[in-house]
Design a protein around this ligand. Structure first.
Ligand code: AMP
Length: 283
């Protein structure tokens, strides 16, 4: 496994691989890896011949009162995990390597970034789209894998790729959960033992949504009410939003037809957690 923090190294390595006919797969991450991230590497491997991962805590996607400085980091542990997965290349740049001078160019996807998480994290998706565009230009991957855990992110990246004609196929990977149902997240490390227990309410509320949808319920506001009702059973949980939207357009649904994304964001203590249920669509 090659490890570098230099953009020029990545370009040289990828060029060589492309010349020998290899298909390039990219898995962008912010590090502090868990099984969710590693599942993306495995999926990338299925769809490409040379798998690259990036590890970069991207400052421009964090708001001023968010957790950029305290975001968990452990590069040596991450590299061991990626080595075990037989990842071919890891790019772990410094902030200066990615943003050497004042950044005057940003990539902004309209409309679908103004709702769900985007409504509460102004500028977040512009930061995400900008860094992902840079990574796409650095790696020129044939495929890139993103987790359904960040459902809005996948929808936004797909739209950006469509709108700007990036020659890359976006592959959506299912959510990996702990055995008790909690969606894996680097931020779960912030939870103390009581909060960790309380955090189970997110997946429980989505299980209720799944039960209703499987049982034929098609009224989105009823599903939202029932999810809120389950979430309210946990006193440590403060709901930010519960929405039923179309998985691609993120438009709010009144009546659920063939598929729906039930997306939630909650605070457990000071930790903001997101989770979602993609119902009616195979990943
Ligand atoms: P992050 O390091 O949190 O930016 O995540 C990097 C990638 O891993 C994103 O595409 C996430 O959606 C994905 N990811 C994070 N957690 C999970 C999970 N529990 N299951 C599947 N993918 C995940």
């Amino acid at each position: 496994m090659i490890v570098t923090d230099k953009i020029n190294d990545v370009r040289a390595i990828i060029n060589k691989q492309k010349l020998s006919g290899k298909k390039i797969g990219l898995v962008p991450t912010m590090g502090y890896l868990h099984e969710g991230h590693l599942s993306l590497v495995r999926i990338a491997r299925e769809h490409s011949d040379f798998v690259a991962a990036s590890i970069f805590v991207n400052p421009i996607q964090f708001g001023p009162n968010e957790d950029f400085t305290k975001y968990p980091r452990d590069l040596s542990r991450d590299l061991k995990l990626l080595e075990k997965e037989k990842c071919d290349l890891v790019f772990a740049p410094s902030v200066e390597e990615m943003y050497p001078r004042e950044l005057l160019t940003k990539v902004n996807v309209d409309k679908i970034t103004g709702k769900l998480c985007g409504a509460f994290r102004p500028g977040h998706f512009t930061g995400v789209c900008t860094v992902v565009s840079k990574l796409f230009n650095i790696f020129t991957p044939d495929i890139a894998v993103f987790g359904q855990k960040d459902a809005q992110q996948v929808a936004v990246i797909k739209k950006m790729v469509e709108d700007l004609n990036f020659p890359v196929k976006i592959i959506k990977a299912p959510i990996i959960r702990e055995s008790d149902g909690l969606a894996m997240s680097s931020r779960n490390v912030y939870l103390n033992p009581d909060e960790r227990k309380a955090a189970l309410i997110l997946s429980k509320s989505l299980n209720e949504a799944r039960k209703l949808l499987d049982g034929g319920e098609r009224n989105a506001s009823y599903v939202i009410d029932m999810v809120n009702k389950v979430l309210s059973l946990e006193p440590m949980c403060k709901v930010q939003y519960v929405s039923c939207v179309h998985p691609d357009t993120l438009e709010d649904l009144d009546i659920i037809n063939d598929k729906v994304l039930v997306a939630i964001a909650c605070f457990i203590g000071t930790t903001r957690l997101i989770d979602n249920l993609l119902w009616g669509e195979e990943i």
